[in-house]
Ligand binder design. Structure first.
Ligand code: DAK
Length: 258
């Protein structure tokens, strides 16, 4: 029987996905990433889920791709099978927000997984890094692309070229994470952040994620035009009417997600 590597819980409009393959510090086997991608796609299709928190264990968010599996690869297999690209690519197609709640090691693919999320919150004991160079490989799931966008070129070069880790405080100072909390407060902090997001109108949540992500792909003028179009389109939503009426009537908004 296939091991369940991803535990799932639902809290209102929030889904909590816990990577739970602790024997190898949540190393990201094909099976684990397949299960994660499948759970995330289910959340995408579920209109009641507005945001997802991904977390790991106390010791490791994820210590990277499975070195045991990778050690057996040769070029023609890696290239021919597009080595583990398929299931990782699902993550960047998701429209609903993802929050990474990181305790312990987030190394290699683990750090890259955190960076694929929209917000990263860390416990004070979290350790981030791209140690691939020590294994004689380059990062393979966005480390050389997302890390410089998050922490700047010099910090990204330092991390990728030395393979040395960053503490949670360094990750906060450089902008890799949004918030650092005590380890025993991590899950509550991430869930309450997700619940705060999830209370809002789902189409507006999705539009904001799309617009912020567009800022990494488009020129400023293209991005501003995209935002303007979304802004105008927002006036077709019942939730725009409700949000503004609620403000004027000094009551909480009851969004219908349409
Ligand atoms: N893979 C497989 N096993 C791992 C592992 C990993 N990434 N990390 C740890 N383990 C295993 C250890 O071998 C050990 O196994 P046993 O001896 O108990 O059988 C067990 O987990 C506990 O680890 P340690 O005994 O080493 O524990 P320590 O506390 O002493 O050290 C550590 C923890 C995290 C510092 C150390 O385990 C470590 O350095 N781990 C390797 C970290 C690493 O190099 N990560 C980067 C891997 S490369 C791609 C997508 C993703 C990627 C590439 C392409 N595509 C979409 C194309 C990603 C690549 C990578 O992540």
């Amino acid at each position: 029987m296939t091991e369940s590597c991803v535990q799932q819980e639902r809290r209102g409009h929030v889904s909590l996905l816990r990577l739970a393959s602790e024997n190898r510090l949540n190393s990201l086997t094909d099976e684990l990433v397949n299960q994660l991608a499948a759970a995330l796609l289910r959340n995408e299709a579920d209109p009641a889920i507005h945001a997802t928190v991904i977390t790991g264990s106390d010791k490791a968010f994820a210590a990277g791709a499975d070195i045991v599996g990778m050690s057996k690869l040769d070029y023609s297999t890696a290239f021919g099978q597009d080595y583990i690209g398929r299931n990782w690519d699902v993550l960047r197609t998701l429209r609903k927000p993802l929050i990474a709640a990181v305790r312990g090691y987030a190394l290699g693919g683990g750090c890259e997984l955190a960076m694929m999320c929209d917000i990263v919150i860390a416990a004070a004991d979290a350790v981030f890094g791209q140690p691939e160079i020590k294994l004689g490989i380059v990062p393979g799931a966005g480390g050389t692309q997302r890390l410089p966008r998050a922490v700047g070129k010099s910090n990204a070069m330092l991390a990728c070229l030395t393979g040395e880790s960053m503490t949670a405080k360094e990750a906060l100072d450089t902008g890799l994470v949004s918030k650092v909390v005590q380890p025993d407060e991590l899950l509550d902090a991430a869930l309450s952040m997700a619940e705060q997001i999830a209370r809002h109108s789902l189409p507006v949540i999705v539009a904001i994620k799309e617009a912020v992500n567009r800022s990494f792909e488009a020129s400023l003028s293209e991005g501003l035009l995209f935002e303007r179009r979304l802004f105008h389109a927002g006036f077709s939503l019942a939730d725009q009417k409700e949000g503004m009426a609620a403000f004027l009537e000094r009551r909480p908004a009851a969004f219908a997600n349409r």
